[in-house]
Design a protein around this ligand. Structure first.
Ligand code: OAD
Length: 242
């Protein structure tokens, strides 16, 4: 299976990766829907919704402050390094920016990033955040609404520029590599289905079979940090296998 995946990827000239929280699991960041995942411990209706934020802006901001601190010490794992040394476009649902830290260049963040705040009233003001020293709840200096993490919450639209870039990447792709996602969250998951409708090869790397499994040309079940270096032809330190 690893050899089959390698051959498909080697034969592609416009491969796209589509990733989720499983990509960063071995960097010590929890996934969402696994048994020990974030949504098993915290209610997404509170911590990932406009209503939750508007009901308790202090509490929700404090939760993101703690998450930011935990992200500050996270480093890319072998899966990020392997992706970064490929020439793929990387469409990711992850807000952790570990692909950037690994040196990947072409990244589309469908669900925003944790190292940026934006005005909740969408006046256009945004600020870079040092995740090792995140600020408490504060007001937008331009319009006095609350500032909030620049991430997408349930019920909100995905950022149009990123969504259009992701759709264009899938429309031009000749292979899709899906890594570490349950494929449960739409419209992001719809990109995998678009690729399937276009009849391009789909390689899936995930710790468990998911609802995406039937769409896979080749499915590898296991840890991304072990499998990606193998199928992308790199050892875990990022140099090529002879
Ligand atoms: P999920 O938690 O839904 O799925 C993570 C997947 O990664 C699961 O299928 C795991 O089996 C798999 N996995 C776990 N460890 C792995 C490893 N070491 N290697 C490979 N796979 C592994 O996370 P996402 O699919 O990313 O949205 O969730 C999608 C969205 O739901 C997130 O972006 C977030 C969340 O609510 C927002 O915050 C808007």
């Amino acid at each position: 299976m690893i050899e089959q995946a390698r051959q498909l990827i080697d034969g592609a000239s416009a491969a796209v990766s589509f990733s989720g929280a499983g990509l960063s699991a071995e960097s010590g960041l929890a996934t969402f829907r696994d048994a020990d995942g974030i949504w098993a411990r915290y209610d997404p209706a509170v911590y990932a919704s406009v209503r939750g934020f508007e009901t308790d802006p202090d509490g929700v901001s404090e939760w993101y402050r703690l998450r930011r601190r935990s992200f500050a010490s996270a480093a890319p794992n072998a899966a990020h390094w392997a992706l970064a040394t490929s020439n793929m476009v990387h469409v990711t649902q992850n807000i952790d920016t570990l692909l950037e830290k690994a040196g990947a260049e072409s990244i589309v963040h469908l669900h925003g990033v944790l190292d940026r705040d934006r005005c909740h009233a969408q006046c256009g003001h945004a600020e870079h955040i040092d995740v090792s020293d995140p600020p408490a709840l504060r007001r937008c200096p331009r319009c006095n609404a609350y500032m909030r993490p620049d991430v997408v919450w349930f019920g909100e639209n995905l950022p149009a520029v990123e969504w259009n870039a992701a759709e264009a990447a899938i429309d031009g792709a000749d292979l899709l590599l899906v890594v570490g996602t349950s494929g449960e969250v739409w419209p992001a998951a719809g990109l995998i289905h678009s690729a399937h409708r276009r009849d391009i090869p789909i390689v899936v790397v995930n710790a468990d079979p998911t609802s995406v499994s039937p769409l896979a040309t080749v499915e590898l079940v296991g840890k991304a940090a072990e499998l990606l270096p193998a199928i992308l032809g790199q050892n875990p330190e990022g140099s090529s296998i002879m």
